[in-house]
Design a protein around this ligand. Structure first.
Ligand code: RP5
Length: 181
């Protein structure tokens, strides 16, 4: 069984949120250096009270762990996998090839090439192996998409997304009103 991955002891690298024992969503990242880019997805899942887990799983550095993770995820109750990677960002695509769950890919912006390398690596999947790719570093949308997918079968998440949308509209309209004053 997959347990929490060991994250770096480097005090400069933010600690990940704690994994839930019975997660509906798995958040994977290729490296602990991706953690800042997945934090907003974790915040959204937390906000919507979705049980989730978070692991480092690398398509290149820990391929055996990645395959094992994919084999076990659905039977552990996971419904959606969010996978973040940068550079030669093969993790989301490889997870999509090893699992039948819906995969949301987050292209991470690395120190070079502005994340376009990651975006192209994740979005240009061959027909038959889909990855729902969000914008570069847009892990907020990855979290929201995962909640929406859960909402198709778990009504409380659909209701919560509806409330989120209504609230977002209200906030934007209020901002517009303030501009007109
Ligand atoms: C990818 O390589 C990771 O997703 C990360 O974005 C990138 C660089 O990893 P590190 O060299 O920072 O560990 O696999």
């Amino acid at each position: 069984q997959i347990l929490n991955s060991a994250f770096s002891d480097d005090p400069l690298i933010p600690k990940p949120p704690k994994s839930h024992p019975l997660p509906l969503v798995s958040v994977l990242m290729g490296s602990d250096s991706d953690l800042p880019s997945v934090r907003d997805a974790a915040r959204i899942l937390d906000q919507f009270k979705v049980p989730f887990e978070i692991h480092i799983v690398s398509a290149h550095r820990t391929p055996t762990l990645m395959v094992q993770f994919c084999k076990e995820a659905a039977s552990r109750g996971v419904r959606v996998i969010i996978a973040a990677a940068g550079g030669a960002a093969h993790l989301p695509g490889m997870v999509a090839s090893e699992s039948s769950l819906p995969i949301v890919g987050i292209p991470v912006k690395g120190p070079t090439l502005d994340g376009v390398d990651s975006l192209h690596s994740i979005v240009q999947m061959p027909r038959g192996v889909p990855v729902a790719t969000v914008g570069i570093n847009n892990s907020t949308n990855a979290g929201l998409l995962a909640v929406r997918i859960l909402g198709t079968t778990i009504p409380k998440y659909a209701v919560a997304i509806e409330e989120y949308r209504v609230n977002m509209e209200r906030v934007v309209l209020e901002k517009g009103k303030k501009l007109d004053e």
